[in-house]
Design a protein. Structure first.
Length: 173
């Protein structure tokens, strides 16, 4: 089972919490470092099930039904205001927009098991140019991105550098 470790780092007497995420199948090697000032994430949805366009029409949604332990750790780590890439999986296979966490983790209404959580999101903006999985795989600086390395994970962290690279690829910077 993946493990989330939390510690406080001090730089110039500014204390900031950090999260390390480890995964056992990788012999507990470091996966990602998420500064807690503002974290970035990626959530996946099949457009035939729930598309970006439907999300924009709804103006808000909740992410429930996640039954992967690593994804659950990421959902629990999300904080209100964190930015999230919205990725169309299976069809299109591209990042199409940016959402924000509007409500932090709470009991998943689709189950009575208190171990599972849901998170609420609001759409923020559609990307000028969607960024495809093929483009991301071709970008060597994204080789360690969770989406590339652990493709089946439905909720994953995105580092600040990865976030910036993808925004540039989308014509947003």
């Amino acid at each position: 089972m993946p493990c989330l470790l939390h510690f406080i780092s001090s730089t110039n007497k500014v204390y900031q919490p950090y999260y390390f995420i480890f995964e056992p199948r990788n012999n507990y090697q470091f996966i990602n470092l998420i500064p807690r000032s503002m974290a970035h994430w990626l959530i996946k949805s099949e457009p035939s099930v729930y598309s970006w366009d439907q999300f924009v029409k709804d103006k808000q949604t909740f992410w429930d039904g996640v039954r992967n332990f690593a994804a659950r750790i990421h959902l629990r780590a999300m904080k209100k205001g964190d930015e999230v890439f919205f990725y169309h999986s299976n069809e299109g296979m591209e990042i199409v927009g940016i959402a924000k966490v509007s409500r932090e983790a709470y009991q998943d209404p689709s189950t009575d098991d208190t171990n599972w959580v849901a998170v609420d999101f609001k759409p923020s903006k559609k990307l000028k140019k969607p960024v495809s999985l093929v483009q991301m795989k071709a970008e060597k600086r994204l080789a360690n991105m969770a989406l590339i390395r652990i493709g089946r994970l439905s909720v994953s962290p995105v580092s600040d550098d990865e976030w910036d690279i993808i925004l540039k690829m989308a014509g947003e910077k």
